[in-house]
Design a protein around this ligand. Sequence first.
Ligand SMILES: O=C[C@H](O)COP(=O)(O)O
Length: 251
Amino acid sequence: MDNRKPFIAGNWKMFKTGSEAIKTAEELVKLVADVTDTEVMIAPPFTALSAVSDVVKETNVSLGAQNFFWENEGAYTGEISSAMLLSAGCKYVIIGHSERRQFFGETDETVNKKIKTAISSKLLPIFCIGESEKERISKDTFSILDKQVSKGLKGLFSDELQHLVIAYEPVWAIGTGKTATREQAQEVHLFLRSLIEKKFGNLLAKSLRILYGGSVKPDNIAELMAMPDVDGALVGGASLNAETFGKIVHF
Ligand SMILES: O=C[C@H](O)COP(=O)(O)O
C-alpha cells in the first residue's frame, strides 16, 4: 500500500526552554519549507507548546505533545488535558513512550485510556511500543508487542483508528546509539502490520503508519525508510538540532 505519507516526528523530550524551542523551530521551518511529500512534526515540552505553535502555524510542520492525562479537567495537579493541548495548537500526542512507562508509571491500561481520550477529542495519537533488551534476548519481542497492542487498543474499533500512528521503539535502541538494523525494524513492522490486520482488518493494516524510533540519525534514515513497512521515524536526540533533523526529514 503506497498512500502512507512518510512521517518524520521529533520528540524533544525534556530539552529546551521557551526561547530555545522557538529558535530551533524557526530554523527548522526554513530548512524544511520545500518538503511536501513527507509529514513533519515536532513535540516540544509543554512549556514551549504555545510559543512553538505560533512559529509553525501555517507551515508544513505540525505540533505534537509528549503526553497528557485522560480526564477532561479536574483536581489533577501537574496534569494537562487534551483540550489544553488542542488549544495550544497540537495536532498529535505521543502516548506510552517507554520513558513514561519506565519512569512515570505508565501502563498498558493508562495508555489505553489516553488513546481513547485522544481519539474522542480529535487529537491524533502516536502510540509507542517496544521491547527491552532483556525481552529481545529472551525472544519475547513479538509476545511483548502483541500484549502492548492488545491492551493499548482494547475496546477500540478499526473505524476509530484511522488516524492512529504506531511508533515501534525498541527500548535498547533509544538514546544508545544502537539502532535496530533495517532488517530488524522491517521484521517487527511487518509483524505489527499483520497483527493489526488480524485484529482490525486489512483496510486499517494497509493504511496504518508505523514509525521506527531509536537512535535515528541522518546517516541511517534512508536505509530504514527504504524498508516496505517502515513509514517514518520518531526521532529523539537528533531532532534537537534543526539542521540535523532537517537532514533526516530530507532523507
Ligand atoms: O521518542 C524518541 C525515541 O525515544 C528515540 O530517541 P533517540 O532518537 O534519542 O534514540
